[in-house]
Ligand binder design. Structure first.
Ligand SMILES: Cc1ncc(COP(=O)(O)O)c(C=O)c1O
Length: 395
């Protein structure tokens, strides 16, 4: 048989999905993979029932149904103050995942460099490989996750064509301040670099942190390529609805790439999701309150159990510091913890390019009973670590 592609030969199984499998195997509470275990808003699912009867059930226009793009443009203007033309500046994709892939394929030639802040969402690694890009990692240093502007400038000076900016950040929960974004924007303008943002957590923020849209900074509207999604904002990760916002030249290219990748997002789901995009402000206030409740429940629980962790500013993940247990191999530690303690987590080093092995990531978009069960199980962690002594394979 002929060999398979070299480009994908080094792809590993997603660590997150692997941890999910291990969680299922041992019946652990799964705080590894980022999806809610509560229902989407009833208005959206009710509308989906109607759409099941009325349609549409056939292909929508490849770059997204007209009413969906119009609703997106309105929502974006409402929150960011920026106008996007629904016809020439928006493409609807199959999730934020396809949005990022289509953008990378549209702007990068094989061998060109793309800067990525590390820790990073794991798909960016695969996106760069599939598009032939060469990633250049810029550390966000824990626990504050600050970056060194000189390193970023060096990366841009050395020829990076684009920067991927996840804000609010998965996995570290960082929300970039206006001042930080201004530093990035000024450098992007100086070195003529695209800024590709991933803003899927734009509405999941904890006071006093607020989301600043990179595209709203001076000179950044046409240089910023926004990737976003309805997955997190409306708790519909399975619907696979995302989008790209950018200037018409970029969008013209993304439309073509998207057409050949997937043809289009699911027409009935777009129709039903318009209900979400047109929800009043109160929906987003309630969403933030709900997430603040889940974050507080889980983080206060961790604090009560005397665990060290980094308080998230946005998104729905928390990184716990496990250095006090002498963890050398966080992959093995995460597997051990899932098996012995009954809570699945993601080893932090899977997100970092630097040598960081002392963090694990929990996801907390869960019902109270799920989080309480996870905390109850975690209460035994310190004791089980003591009992395990040196016989564990993660030391
Ligand atoms: C930062 C980030 N971007 C994109 C995605 C994927 O979004 P979607 O479900 O829209 O493909 C996720 C999902 O966890 C994410 O955390």
């Amino acid at each position: 048989m002929r060999n398979l592609s070299e480009r994908t030969a080094h792809f590993t199984d997603s660590v997150i999905r692997r941890m999910t499998r291990i969680a299922n195997e041992y019946g652990a509470v799964n705080l590894s993979q980022g999806f809610p275990d509560f229902d989407p808003p009833k208005e959206i699912t009710d509308r989906l029932s109607e759409v099941a009867k009325t349609g549409p059930h056939q292909y929508a226009i490849t770059w997204g149904a007209q009413n969906f793009r119009e609703a997106l443009a309105k929502k974006q203007e409402h929150f960011s103050g920026l106008k996007y033309d629904p016809n020439s500046e928006i493409v609807v994709t199959c999730g934020g995942t396809e949005a990022m892939m289509a953008v990378m394929m549209s702007i990068v030639n094989p061998g060109e460099k793309v800067a990525i802040f590390s820790p990073f969402y794991e798909n960016y690694g695969a996106d760069t490989i599939l598009s032939g890009a060469q990633p250049v990692y810029i550390p966000l240093v824990p626990p504050a996750f600050h970056f060194d502007a000189d390193l970023l400038e060096k990366a841009f000076r050395d020829g990076c064509k684009a920067l991927i900016l996840c804000n609010p950040s998965n996995p570290c929960g960082k929300v970039f301040t206006y001042e930080e974004l201004k530093v990035i924007a000024d450098l992007a303008i100086k070195y003529d670099v695209w800024v590709v943002t991933d803003e899927v957590y734009e509405h999941i923020l904890y006071k006093p942190h607020t989301h600043v849209y990179m595209a709203s900074l001076p000179g950044m509207r046409d240089r910023t390529i926004v990737c976003n999604s309805l997955s997190k904002t409306y708790s519909i990760t399975g619907w696979r609805l995302g989008y790209v916002l950018a200037n018409p030249e970029v969008i013209d290219r993304v439309k073509k790439v998207h057409d050949f990748l997937t043809v289009g997002a699911a027409a009935p789901l777009m129709e039903a999701a318009v209900t979400g995009l047109t929800m009043p402000d109160q929906y987003y206030i309630d969403l933030q309150n709900h997430y603040t409740h889940m974050k507080n429940l889980f983080c206060n629980g961790l604090r009560d159990l005397d665990f060290q962790f980094i308080e998230p500013q946005g998104a729905y993940y928390v990184m716990m510091d496990v250095s006090e247990y002498g963890v050398k191999d966080d992959y093995k530690f995460a597997e051990w913890m899932t098996r012995e303690v009954g809570v699945a987590t993601v080893p932090g080093s899977s997100f970092f390019r630097e040598d960081v092995h002392h963090l694990v990531r929990f996801h907390y978009a869960k019902r109270d009973e799920t989080l309480n069960q996870a905390l109850e199980n975690l209460a035994s962690l310190k004791k089980k670590v003591r009992e395990a002594g040196n016989s564990v394979d993660w030391r």
